[in-house]
Design a protein around this ligand. Structure first.
Ligand SMILES: Cc1cc2nc3c(=O)[nH]c(=O)nc-3n(C[C@H](O)[C@H](O)[C@H](O)COP(=O)(O)OP(=O)(O)OC[C@H]3O[C@@H](n4cnc5c(N)ncnc54)[C@H](O)[C@@H]3O)c2cc1C
Length: 305
């Protein structure tokens, strides 16, 4: 299939990419959707019940992604189970990856972001042996145990609340003096003694032999350190954009997120960026879906020119 040309290429199999491919196909143009390893879902793949998703009842991330993928197939979207490493501009853009090269008139990049890691001693060594990024996957392993969550945003608090169903105690360590999360999450953890809150603090070491046994926490104001015993550490300390496929001509903000205009077009004409990789993204699935819809319709309209 390498070498084929399409009207629109969508890169990234998260909810923003699935939505962009969907709306481009609804507009009646030919669409290729590049989904790394053929596995859709992205950051919400393992979230068992999505918050704020407009549906008749609870929907999981994997279920939502699988449903969109199936609908896209029916609409005639060509699924390409490949990563894309570079996007070169021009009237016809060239997308290249380990499995070949493709051409497209318009490109929508929705490659999202990766969860940030803790750059402290012990964190990498104990990854997968108590250090986790997924409460929905690993929470059940910590029934009646003590766990620590690093972070203070929506993802940290929603995952901490999920862990609260299993763990005896959940200590939340946040660098800030307040949380940057939905008020509903904040009041849930503030009013429940299972949650222990460590404000203005940071984890400086993850301790343990074959598995996590504790974390060393530093109070950022006092400078004092204390060991908090735990069997699991769940890390939600921000996002790192997956933007390496775009060249230096595409502007980034100071944290590496891709800058676009109000219509989600990057500095490379005909190349759009939507969702979690974009500077100014609101962080909610519904916002990613809105961006993807808008970019897909604009890109499809260009194909009529
Ligand atoms: C733990 C957690 C829970 C959350 N829960 C909710 C919630 O309940 N409700 C809500 O509204 N929001 C929630 N969010 C936020 C939500 O996950 C994001 O806003 C949304 O998933 C972003 O979607 P995206 O498609 O832009 O990016 P992503 O989900 O990151 O998807 C990007 C995809 O692109 C792929 N990719 C990356 N690079 C390449 C490449 N070079 N070539 C091809 N493919 C590539 C990635 O593998 C990935 O599959 C949560 C976030 C986290 C971390």
């Amino acid at each position: 299939m390498s070498g084929t040309s399409f009207d629109i290429a969508v890169i990234g199999g998260g909810i923003a990419g699935l939505t962009a491919a969907h709306h481009a196909a609804l507009a009646g143009v030919s669409v290729a959707h590049f989904v790394e390893d053929g596995l859709p879902g992205g950051l919400v793949m393992n979230v068992g019940a999505l918050d704020g998703w407009p549906a008749a009842g609870p929907v999981g991330g994997a279920e939502l992604a699988a449903g969109l993928l199936a609908q896209n197939e029916e609409l005639g979207v060509t699924l390409v189970p490949s990563r894309i490493d570079t996007v070169a501009g021009g009237a016809l853009k060239t997308l290249s990856g380990p499995d070949g090269a493709w051409r497209a008139r318009q490109v929508i990049v929705a490659t999202g972001a990766a969860l940030g890691t803790l750059d402290v001693p012990g964190a990498a060594r104990l990854a997968g042996r108590g250090v986790s990024h997924c409460a929905w996957c690993d929470g059940g392993l910590y029934r009646d145990a003590e766990v620590v969550v690093a972070g203070g945003g929506d993802a940290a608090l929603s995952e901490a609340i999920h862990l609260g169903q299993f763990a005896r105690a959940v200590t939340i360590v946040t660098r800030g003096e307040t949380f940057r999360a939905r008020r509903r999450y904040v009041s849930q953890v503030a009013g429940d003694e299972r949650f222990r809150l460590r404000w203005a603090s940071e984890i400086v070491e993850v301790l343990g032999g074959d598995g996590v046994e504790g974390v060393r926490v530093r109070d950022r104001e006092a400078g004092s350190e204390e060991v908090v015993a735990c069997r699991g550490l769940f890390v939600f300390v921000g996002l790192v954009p997956n933007a390496g496929l775009l060249g230096p001509e595409v502007a980034r903000d100071a944290s590496g997120f891709v800058v676009t205009d109000a219509a989600f077009e990057t500095a490379l004409p005909g190349v759009f960026a939507v969702g979690a990789m974009r500077a100014g993204y609101g962080g909610r699935l519904t916002q990613g879906v809105a961006e993807a819809t808008s970019a897909a319709e604009r890109a499809a309209a260009r194909c009529d020119d």
